[in-house]
Design a binder for this molecule. Structure first.
Ligand SMILES: Nc1ncnc2c1ncn2[C@@H]1O[C@H](COP(=O)(O)OP(=O)(O)O)[C@@H](O)[C@H]1O
Ligand SMILES: Cc1ncsc1CCOP(=O)(O)O
Ligand SMILES: [Mg+2]
Length: 265
């Protein structure tokens, strides 16, 4: 498989407007800088419309959402849809409380998302598949992740990306799995959220008819960077968080090409 989007991201330095959670804001911004994108973290409804006129992509992440964030997300999301830039949803903990279920329903009804990225629990909730999520973590379930991601992509007319030990990506027709990664990823809070931000950066440089490949490449690049970062670290998850940022900065399309284990399902 050819990998070419990382080069595009570095060449074009897309501005990614992130309305994200307070746990991960700095980590996400540093990860975006490392990959070659330009983060703009703003949660103000007052400027949310203006930003869409100069940003290349918008990320909406509901991890620690409050009332004013919801307002900013709706203003930003609708403006991004009007302007035509891609919008990514990270439905953190979407199904676990009535509050999050209501907000998720509203966002999905009022905004068209180009991609939705979540862990198995979050994506199973969106697909209406039985699953035991554990707060913001994936939890446990018997559902087939490839069916879940396919269902999310079909239902919301977007690219679905279900992350975990194996990542699954679908456009509602094709389904691909990526086996790269590291067990240190789930030991670092914000590692899923950063993937959502990087997907937004990749979509920010992709043509509208090539979004499946852009999301696939973003997931593969990120998982490969994690694999490189984990080398020799044993269980040192603190070092992994730092080294992941270093490896995103050092990553080359040729490394992704040599290491990525991508298979059609
Ligand atoms: N057990 C694992 N082994 C390898 N990679 C993993 C594992 N769990 C998650 N990942 C990787 O971690 C990144 C973040 O995904 P994930 O942990 O599912 O997100 P979240 O933090 O939202 O639950 C993805 O690149 C995924 O491939
Ligand atoms: C721990 C936590 N609590 C609310 S949001 C958040 C961050 C979740 O980040 P990620 O899904 O990337 O681990
Ligand atoms: Mg998450």
């Amino acid at each position: 498989m050819q990998f070419r989007y990382l080069h595009q991201v570095r060449a074009r330095n897309p501005l990614v407007h992130c309305i994200t959670n307070i746990v991960v804001t700095q980590f996400s911004a540093n990860g975006l800088l490392a990959i070659g994108a330009s983060p703009f973290m703003s949660t103000m409804a007052e400027e949310a419309e203006d930003i869409q006129h100069f940003a290349q992509a918008l990320l909406i992440n509901i991890g620690t959402i409050n009332r004013s964030d919801v307002e900013a997300m709706l203003v930003a999301g609708k403006a991004a849809n009007r302007v035509g830039i891609p919008v990514v949803l990270d439905p953190v903990g979407a199904g676990v409380t009535e509050y999050r279920r209501n907000i998720t329903r509203r966002l999905l009804a009022e905004i068209r998302f180009s991609a939705i990225r979540g862990n198995a629990g979050e994506m199973a909730y969106l697909a209406g598949v039985e699953w035991q999520s554990k707060g913001v973590d994936a939890g446990r379930g018997n559902g087939d992740p490839s069916e879940i991601v396919h269902k999310v992509a079909r239902q919301y007319h977007c690219i679905g990306a279900l992350s975990g030990a194996t990542d699954f990506i679908s456009d509602g027709e094709k389904i691909v799995k990526i086996k790269n990664g590291s067990p240190l990823f789930p030991q670092v809070t914000g590692s899923g959220c950063l993937l959502g931000a990087i997907i937004a950066a990749y979509l920010g440089v992709a043509a509208a008819n090539d979004r499946f490949n852009a999301v696939l490449e973003a997931c593969a690049a990120y998982a490969v960077a994690g694999e490189c970062a984990a080398q020799g670290l044993d269980r040192r998850s603190g070092d992994f968080a730092l080294e992941l940022i270093n490896q995103l900065a050092l990553l080359e399309d040729s490394t992704i090409c040599a290491r990525a284990e991508v298979e059609y399902v």
